[in-house]
Design a protein around this ligand. Structure first.
Ligand code: HPA
Length: 274
C-alpha cells in the first residue's frame, strides 16, 4: 500500500483515541523510557493497536505511543522504538516519525544509548548530537519519493537544529548537568563493534556509536521537522582496551543516566519555542 495511505490510517486510528495535537515528538531510547512517567497522559496506545506500526522487540523498549502534555506542551512520545537490526526495513523503522509529524509535531526530540568513541568522554555522560554519520549501509528514503511528503534529495547540512542545540546546552549548564557535544555514527548492528571498527569510527570523526536515530532524523528532515538529538553514553568504546560489552550493561548505565536525562529534557521542552 502507498506510504501516504498507511500514514493516514495510523493517524486516523490515533486521532480516534486522542484529541492531543502534539507540537513535539519524543523518541525515548534504550533505558530512557522513564521520561514517559513525567507526561500528563491523555492516552497510552500500544504499538500493536496502531496500523502499520513496527513492534519494538528488544528488552528496554516498552512499545507504547503516549499522548499528553509535558511541561504544559502537547507531546507525542514513543516509549521504545524499532531498530534496523530487528529485521525491519528503514521505511518501517521510520514510519512512526512520519505519523507523529502528520499529527502536527514540528520538532523531533530523539534520544538513544551509545558507546563513547571520544576519549574525553566517560560512561554516564550526556551528549547533544551536533551531526551524524550514516554508516548503516542504507537509507530510509530509498525507493519512490512522494513529493507531498518531502523532497527527493533532502538537504542534510543542518540535520540537527542549531537553535535547539544552543538551547539544550544552555539549559544543561544552568541545571549544572555536565554536557558533551559530538557526532553520532549509526551502525547496522546487532553485533557490537570490534576494536578495529571502533578505532576506524573514531578516526572518521565520530564521538559516539549506536544502532538507531540516524534513520529517524533523515525522515524527520525529509518532512521538514527541526531535530534535537540527545545521547546517553553507556560505555566507552574507544577500541584501545579490549572491553566486553553486553546489552544488560548498556541498559543498566542508561537507567543510571535517566534521572538527569529527564531533568534536562523537561526543562528543554519547557523553554522550547514551538
Ligand atoms: N556500540 C553500539 N551501540 C551501542 C553501544 C556501543 O558501544 N553502546 C550502546 N549502544
Amino acid at each position: 500500500m502507498e506510504l501516504r495511505k498507511q500514514i493516514e490510517e495510523a493517524v486516523e486510528c490515533i486521532q480516534s483515541k486522542s484529541r492531543t495535537k502534539p507540537c513535539i515528538a519524543i523518541i525515548l531510547g534504550s533505558g530512557l523510557g522513564g521520561l514517559a512517567g513525567e507526561i500528563a497522559r491523555e492516552v497510552t496506545i500500544p504499538y500493536a493497536e496502531i496500523p502499520h506500526f513496527p513492534q519494538a522487540t528488544v528488552e528496554g523498549h516498552a512499545g507504547n505511543l503516549i499522548l499528553g502534555t509535558l511541561e504544559g506542551k502537547p507531546v507525542v512520545a514513543m516509549q521504545g522504538r524499532a531498530h534496523y537490526y530487528e529485521g525491519y526495513s528503514l521505511a518501517q523503522v521510520t514510519f512512526p516519525v512520519r505519523v507523529m509529524r502528520s499529527l502536527g509535531a514540528e520538532v523531533l526530540l530523539v534520544s538513544n544509548a551509545a558507546g563513547g568513541l571520544n576519549r574525553l568522554f566517560r560512561a554516564g555522560d550526556l551528549m547533544i548530537i551536533v551531526d551524524h554519520i550514516n554508516f548503516m549501509g542504507s537509507n530510509p528514503l530509498i525507493g519512490p519519493n512522494d513529493p507531498s511528503l518531502g523532497p527527493r534529495f533532502p538537504d542534510m547540512s543542518q540535520a540537527y537544529d542549531p537553535v535547539l542545540i544552543d538551547l539544550a546546552e544552555r539549559v544543561a549548564i544552568r541545571l549544572g548537568i555536565p554536557i558533551r557535544k559530538g557526532v553520532y555514527v549509526a551502525v547496522h548492528g546487532p553485533s557490537y563493534e570490534t576494536p578495529a571498527e571502533l578505532r576506524m569510527l573514531a578516526r572518521w570523526g565520530a564521538d559516539a556509536v549506536g544502532m538507531s536515530t540516524v534513520p529517524e532524523v533523515i525522515v524527520a528532515r525529509h518532512m521538514g521537522m527541526r531535530v534535537l538529538g540527545i545521547t546517553a553514553i553507556t560505555d566507552m568504546a574507544t577500541g584501545e582496551q579490549v572491553q566486553p560489552l553486553s546489552h544488560d550493561e548498556v541498559i543498566a548505565v542508561a537507567t543510571q543516566i535517566e534521572p538527569k536525562f529527564v531533568r534536562l529534557v523537561k526543562e528543554i521542552v519547557r523553554e522550547m519555542e514551538v
